[in-house]
Design a protein around this ligand. Structure first.
Ligand code: SF4
Length: 390
């Protein structure tokens, strides 16, 4: 059974005002972090021995702030310790303003074949209000530098529902992104509620200092963006993700299909099944320390840097599988999922019965094998999954 490798690089130049991801603005300990990754890889490798990694995703933070020689050293160690499938997908995230063609060429030669650029918007006033450290022009230059460096798979991230953004503005952002010829687009809606922690922007919204477009406007933006992306030949394959043929994110699909992933790095999360051939037996999800000092010192002592670990039984994994499956446009093969997680016939029939009213409401459709959210249903996938699972 293959798995994916996620490597977290938790450093950014400054903190964006909407961001609740784990990222630090301290000086980057380039070499020390590479050594720590090497140590963690050596400690974890025995549990994954004999298996092929199908993808590597270097996310952050801003991984393109990592000194290239330290980055290359860490990547060489990963390659030496963990066998990768031929043509494995290697993605690195980048922020405009932190890259140029020579740096991206060095990332290519370190093994990365896919680049994901966090553009977010092409409106300089909005970028500045979000605390982004780059301009629209730098995003355009980063895209050109990526092609010059030889990246054949290029993804751009945009956010809609931003402060002061209109439907026309959101579409103008998308049109500019499309004019740069991306192979993949992630179109996210700005979230200020239900975050892991408060952000400067969520506080400003709560106090009324900043106004966001209302729910209906944001809904309309999402719909219009999805239509325009489809018209431009990018197929929606997940609620927020669109791709040209052959450019779906293989690493992210692993998350959406219950796949295992080895998380390395400060704050990284990993997931492993007890028995990769039998998901019904459950698995374990863990998180590494989010404190850099703690992460580095645990590894120096030769200890795993985990701060939490959660057991997940087969029932929980099945429910996650269905919930995440409904985020994907291909939906879920219910019979296959029930067999995979050894779900009883009685439960399967109860789910099928609960699917009927959802089909009548136009939120779900079924082709006899798979159940999938309709276009209207995709926006409501969480509540649909809750109704379905009972
Ligand atoms: S660059 Fe990304 S990870 Fe860093 S602060 Fe901004 S949104 Fe967060």
């Amino acid at each position: 059974m293959s798995f994916g490798l996620y490597l977290h690089f938790p450093f950014c130049r400054s903190k964006c005002r909407y961001c609740d991801f784990f990222s630090l603005t301290d000086a980057v300990p380039h070499e020390a972090y590479a050594r720590a990754i090497e140590r963690e890889c050596r400690l974890r490798e025995p549990s994954w021995r004999g298996r092929l990694a199908q993808s590597l995703y270097l996310g952050g933070g801003t991984p393109t702030l990592w000194d290239v020689s330290a980055l290359r050293r860490a990547m060489d160690e990963l390659r030496a310790r963990l066998p990768f499938a031929p043509a494995a997908e290697w993605t690195i995230e980048a922020n405009p303003g932190t890259v140029d063609a020579p740096l991206l060429a060095a990332c290519r030669s370190a093994g990365f074949n896919r680049l994901s650029i966090g553009v977010q918007s092409f409106d300089d006033a909005i970028l500045s209000s979000l605390g982004r450290v780059h301009s629209a022009q730098q995003a355009i230059e980063a895209t050109a530098a990526a092609r010059e460096a030889g990246f054949e798979s290029l993804s751009l991230d945009l956010i809609h529902g931003l402060p002061g953004q209109t439907l026309e503005g959101a579409l103008a952002d998308l049109d500019m992104a499309l004019s740069l010829g991306p192979d993949h687009l992630s179109l996210y809606e700005l979230m200020v509620d239900h975050l892991e922690s408060e952000t400067p922007l969520s506080r400003d919204v709560a106090s009324g200092a900043v106004r966001l477009p209302d729910e209906d406007e944001v809904f309309e933006m999402g719909r219009a963006l999805a239509c325009r992306a489809a018209q431009a030949g990018l197929t929606r394959y997940e609620i927020s993700n669109f791709a040209r043929a052959g450019h779906d994110s293989r690493h992210n699909q692993l998350y959406w299909t219950g796949g295992e992933y080895l998380g390395l790095g400060c704050g990284a999360v990993g997931f492993a099944l007890d028995d990769p051939g039998d998901p019904a037996r459950g698995g374990r999800r863990w998180q590494n320390a989010r404190d850099m000092g703690r992460y580095l010192s645990a590894l120096k002592r030769g200890e795993l840097p985990e701060t939490s670990s959660e057991r997940l039984d087969g029932k929980t994994l099945f429910e996650e599988f269905v919930m995440l499956g409904l985020r994907q446009c291909a939906g879920v093969d219910l019979a296959e999922a029930c067999a995979r997680f050894q779900v009883s016939r009685c439960r399967r029939e109860a789910i099928q019965a609960r699917a009927l009213p959802l089909v009548q409401e136009g939120l779900l459709q079924s082709d006899g094998t798979r159940i999938l959210a309709t276009r209207a249903g995709l926006d409501l996938h969480t509540s649909i999954a809750l109704r379905l699972l009972g």
